[in-house]
Design a protein around this ligand. Sequence first.
Ligand SMILES: C[S@@+](CC[C@H](N)C(=O)[O-])C[C@H]1O[C@@H](n2cnc3c(N)ncnc32)[C@H](O)[C@@H]1O
Length: 220
Amino acid sequence: MIKILGHSNLNDKYNFNIKRKRPEELYESALEYFKNDTLSSYAKSKSIMRTQRKITLRALEIMELKENHCLILDAGCGPGFVAIYLNELGHKTIALDIISDFLNFYDIKGLNPILADMCYPPFQPSIFDAIISISALQWIYKDSNLEKKRLDLIGLFKSFYSILKPNGKAVFQFYPKSKEIMDEIGKIITQNTQFKGKFIIDNPNNPRKRKIYLLTTKGF
Ligand SMILES: C[S@@+](CC[C@H](N)C(=O)[O-])C[C@H]1O[C@@H](n2cnc3c(N)ncnc32)[C@H](O)[C@@H]1O
């Protein structure tokens, strides 16, 4: 079972009682939400860019990569804030997203942009040292009552397990709606892959500052 660290006083009622609905609760899919002005204001936002860079640094810290020049997949890359930063830090990065307008917003040809669904990524087994997915997983699994969503999530974890090298790691920063969703994600991982995993929660009792990370590690 996936352990949850950093949640000593995590209380569902208090902590997940966020007043405003998040876009993934209001829209069926990312493709329906990220369009036109919404897409371009996200891609042009300097404050989102700064936040995503900070989250990326924390994700790298959590993964404790041994090498400085890893091959990393940025899954659900959007306009490329994370992938561009990883590249600046010396990693070789492949940027993947399901929305072509995001991949074409900036010139990120050097990041090998790939238009695909991250639940079914088109890669050979054992090629990535690491996978980073920032603020995307909540679009894949937002509710437990849809069988298609569950199958997509199983597809994602099985695929990520396959495309990571032995001892490779994947880290997901995301915004789950509830602690139950986190528990279900943990169950799906343990029932379908041999990943070892844990949740790491920064600022657990401050809903505005809280950041939830899921780290999964493939064994040798
Ligand atoms: C909030 S944005 C985050 C973008 C980027 N990771 C960042 O940190 O700026 C969520 C992204 O997840 C992508 N996404 C959602 N579902 C996806 C899927 N099934 N496959 C690939 N990308 C997906 C969306 O297209 C969108 O670009």
